[in-house]
Design a protein around this ligand. Structure first.
Ligand SMILES: [Zn+2]
Ligand SMILES: [Zn+2]
Ligand SMILES: [Zn+2]
Ligand SMILES: [Zn+2]
Length: 144
């Protein structure tokens, strides 16, 4: 397993030997060292643990994080927050398989400020996401 910072503007993998901060109240909420230090809004207690050797991020971590957090292709912000408007392109070239998260997403701001060769549409779904995340526990993803 390996760890990712849950701060939506960060979403960086936490490397071996670095500290991670797990919220003691929220299920699966982790900050990296930097975000923990500048955090002023998440007021729960955190526990500090060092990421052991062998639990660093896998090589394709960028790809895995993009899928798990549904990041905007432009600004890289996480779009998993269901209050955000998410847009996607349904062209096969941009979104080979939306059910597996293999898709291109934009936040509202980037959709409006960028041009795209295909038509983009707003993502609709029960919880706001087009694909199931249950196979990918975003905080403790396995590298296989
Ligand atoms: Zn919390
Ligand atoms: Zn962070
Ligand atoms: Zn964006
Ligand atoms: Zn497209």
């Amino acid at each position: 397993m390996w760890f990712v910072c849950d701060e939506p503007e960060c979403l960086k993998p936490i490397k071996e030997g670095h500290f991670r901060f797990d919220c003691q109240q929220c299920d699966n909420f982790t900050f990296c060292d930097k975000c923990y230090r500048k955090n002023t809004t998440h007021t729960h207690k955190f526990s500090k643990t060092k990421v052991p050797q062998g639990q660093g991020p896998p090589e394709n971590h960028d790809e895995l994080i993009t899928k798990a957090f549904m990041r905007c292709t432009e600004c890289k912000v996480s779009l998993i927050d269901v209050t955000k408007r998410v847009y996607t392109c349904s062209d096969k070239k941009c979104s080979p398989d939306q059910t597996k998260g293999e898709a291109t997403y934009w936040c509202k701001g980037c959709k409006e400020s960028t041009e795209h060769e295909h038509k983009r549409e707003r993502v609709r779904g029960s919880a706001g996401f087009p694909f199931e995340l249950q196979t990918m526990d975003k905080d403790k993803m396995t590298s296989e």
